[in-house]
Every structure is written in C-alpha cells, then in structure tokens.
Design a protein around this ligand. Structure first.
Ligand code: BTN
Length: 228
C-alpha cells in the first residue's frame, strides 16, 4: 500500500482528498504535525508532534457501509488502546480514558459520480500518544500522561485492526460499543445545533443511534456529548 509520511501538513484529511482523485488503490497519509487539523463538525483538532495523526483512504468502499464505519473504526482504535489503558467509547466515536478524550475519529466520504454505490472513504484518526500537555480548553489526555512513560504505537497494527473491524457485521461492532460505552446508564448533556438536553444514556442500537431515557438520537444531530 502507498504510505506517505509528512513532517508537517495542514491536515492529512485535506492532503488525502487532494491526491485521492489521482489514485486507484487504498493509501495512507501520516503526519508528524498538523497545523489546521479538523475534527467532527468543523471543530479544530490539536495536533502537535507526539501524536499519531493519519488519514487512511479506502477506495471503492461500499456507500451503504459508510453509516457504521465510524463506530467500527472506533472499536478498532479501542482494541489497540486497551492494551495500554482502560479506554472506553463515548458515543458516537470518541475514545476516552476516565472521560478525557484520548483519540478522535473523523469519517468523510466522496461518492463516485459514475457509481453511487461506491465511495472514497477518508478515515481520519488522531491518537494522543506522547502529547505532554494540552491547551486549557481541551479536555484530553494521552498515553504518556496516563502511563507516565513513552510507548510505541504501531501504525501497522492500527491499520490491520481498522481493516478487520470494517469487515465485521454491524451487530458484532455495536455489541462491542455497548460493552465499552463510557456513558452507559449515565446522565449526559446532549448538545445539538440550537438545543441541549440532559438525559440518561442507555445503549447504542444497530443503526448506530444513541438510545436514551428521553429519546433516540442520530449521530448527525448531536454535536457534543458531555458527561456530568
Ligand atoms: C473528532 O474527534 O472530532 C475527530 C478528530 C480527528 C482528527 C484526525 S487527526 C488526522 C486527521 N486529519 C485531520 O485533520 N483530522 C483527522
């Protein structure tokens, strides 16, 4: 597979989107540092040296499989991180340790004009491996801060796990999410565009929606989930 390693880039996601039109096979863009990285819903993503920042592009990805792909990638990253720390999933696809974010996943897709059943899938993953401090407004942690020592995270292992979990059936992936759901049976504040609601989170259903005591929530409608 084509792997491009960059010292510094605005965003591996932007870089991947630009070159993807020229390529026909899956590829991986890894950067040591990003200056304009983004998270879900256009938020910025802090990415100094010390993290694992990459975009993995799957070509000819079945469009119908995009819906649960974020959740499956979260399960893959969780699997790798649980070898080191007691990581959990905060729906929809944040990885947290003691409610502090340690990894984030951004899924973007571009459906082919000549075949709407297939898409380029841009899997953006940020893992705080050896980040030593965060800006005061970022509630995050890193493997280094949790373990107080440097650990090596193998990108090959992360990619192998992503491929493995993208191929598992939806039920199995969702079962794992529920097993490690950080907000299960907890009161959370759900925030959308112009609303917020305090609810008890129950579980994630097989369509990837959050079932709470106050209703069912779709991933795209919830901008933020805060634990109390
Ligand atoms: C989120 O939690 O909102 C998702 C964060 C995703 C960050 C990664 S880092 C590599 C890739 N490039 C980006 O600009 N974003 C993703």
């Amino acid at each position: 597979m084509l792997v491009i390693r960059l010292n510094k880039v605005t965003s591996t996601q932007d870089f991947a989107e630009v070159i993807s039109n020229m390529l026909y096979e899956d590829f991986l863009i890894i950067a040591e540092e990003q200056t304009k990285a983004r998270g879900r819903l256009g938020r910025s993503w802090y990415s100094p040296k010390g993290g694992l920042w990459f975009t993995y592009v799957k070509k000819n990805f079945r469009t119908e499989m995009i819906q649960l792909s974020g959740l499956k990638v979260a399960v893959a990253v969780l699997d790798v991180l649980r070898k080191f720390v007691d990581a959990k999933i905060r729906w929809p696809n944040d990885i947290v340790v003691h409610d502090k974010k340690i990894a984030g996943i951004l899924i973007e897709a571009k459906t082919y004009e000549d075949n709407i059943n297939l898409s380029d899938l841009f899997i953006g993953v940020g893992i705080d491996v050896a980040v030593k401090e965060f800006p005061s407004d970022v509630n995050a942690t890193s493997l280094y801060l949790e373990l107080r020592k440097e650990v090596e995270l193998s990108i090959d292992e992360v990619i192998t796990k992503i491929d493995e979990y993208l191929n598992v059936d939806n039920k199995k992936a969702v079962d794992i999410v529920n097993q490690f759901l950080s907000i299960k049976d907890r009161d959370v504040i759900l925030k959308g565009e112009n609303w917020e609601k305090k609810c008890k989170a129950l579980f994630v259903d097989y369509m990837g929606r959050l079932i709470t005591e106050c209703g069912i929530y779709e991933v795209d409608d919830v901008h933020r989930v805060e634990t109390l």
